[in-house]
Write a protein that binds this ligand. Structure first.
Ligand code: PBG
Length: 325
């Protein structure tokens, strides 16, 4: 009988040898925790479609930041949920708006232990729920929105954001925000571009988390899930405009796009394991259909393996703790 000459199983025969040939280990500092701060709450409130994830108050956010930092999580990405909204999303540029107030609290709590990041988008703040302002015909007005983003970036940075996360998918947003920051003397503020952001059903639970007012969809600005090449184009444009970090989002259904961007990019590449990805793992695990801990580890290592240097994930604190244990 012909015996196999090459036997890949040799390197799988024990824990010790598997540990020595593993190509990739995930570290806590490569994880970033998204958090929600809701105006007008008296205590933290669990989000039903994101079990274990809360809308925080300005008080309850402090221990959540401390816990993430103690677990070694690398960063925290803030989303604000205002109690009042208007057509232009005024709360986004008001220094007393919920997100900017939260940034000051979190920056104070975080110190140097963890990077403070802010979602830079208008959808949480507009009464129509779109990521930009609308023109007379009700369409999202790209260039009028850029002016709002410029103001928003400066207020966020002045409130304590070290990284601004541009998630609105307006053309030219990176260049405009970079200029505005530099003009304000905020040259050190880092621009994270959600470059290849797809119009995805996997943002479903996020809509509950931020009490989204959106009717309709975001397909005139977020990308068509069928388009791979365009993901790379978007990342290249953002790098040319001055992005310090580019991102692909969602993660698990877009690992091909992530791999393309990771091969070509000259700046770090991050990926966002979004709310629906978290919810699917949690729901299946709660039914006893999959092993929760293993599914978390496998999903995050696959995103790293495809080329992400860091991963935004609602599992960040829990997974970082398990890595340390
Ligand atoms: C826009 C934004 C969204 C998410 C992050 N930033 C919502 C959207 O684009 O519809 C979704 C994140 C998630 O689903 O976890 N502010």
């Amino acid at each position: 009988m012909h015996k196999p000459v090459i036997r890949p199983r040799r390197l799988r025969q024990s824990v010790a040898i598997r540990n020595q040939v593993r190509e990739l280990n995930v570290h806590p500092h490569e994880l970033i925790l998204p958090v929600f701060i809701r105006e007008g709450l008296t205590e933290a409130q669990e989000i039903s479609s994101l079990p274990g994830i809360y809308q925080h108050t300005l008080e309850s956010i402090r221990p959540a930041v401390a816990e993430a930092a103690a677990a070694g999580v690398g960063g925290i990405m803030l989303f604000g949920v205002p109690s009042e909204r208007d057509a232009v999303g005024s709360g986004a540029t008001d220094p007393e708006g919920i997100l900017n107030r939260a940034l000051r609290v979190v920056a104070e709590e975080a110190g140097d232990a963890i990077t403070v990041q802010a979602d830079l988008c208008l959808d949480e703040f507009t009464d129509h729920g779109h990521c930009g302002v609308l023109d007379a015909r009700g369409r999202v007005d790209n260039d009028a929105t850029l002016e709002r983003y410029a103001d928003m970036a400066v207020v966020q940075a002045e409130s304590g954001a070290q990284i601004v996360g541009l998630s609105g998918m307006m053309d030219g947003q990176v260049a405009v925000v970079r200029d505005a920051l530099d003009d304000a003397g905020l040259e050190d503020t880092i621009v994270l571009a959600y470059s290849a952001k797809y119009a995805s059903a996997f943002y479903g639970p996020f809509r509950e988390a931020v009490d989204s007012q959106l009717q309709g969809d975001r397909r005139t600005y977020q990308m068509d899930p069928a388009n791979r090449r365009e993901g790379l184009l978007e990342a290249q444009l953002d790098v040319a405009e001055g992005a310090d970090i580019v991102m692909v989002k969602p993660a698990m259904s877009y690992l091909d796009v992530l791999a393309d961007v990771a091969v070509e990019s000259e700046v770090p590449v991050w990926a966002y394991q979004v709310s629906g990805e978290y919810a699917m793992i949690m729901a299946a695990a709660q039914n006893g259909w999959i092993d929760r801990e293993r599914a978390i580890a496998e999903s995050i290592v696959s995103i790293r393996r495809a080329g992400a240097d860091a991963v935004l994930t609602y599992f960040a604190t829990e997974y970082a703790q398990s890595l340390r244990a």
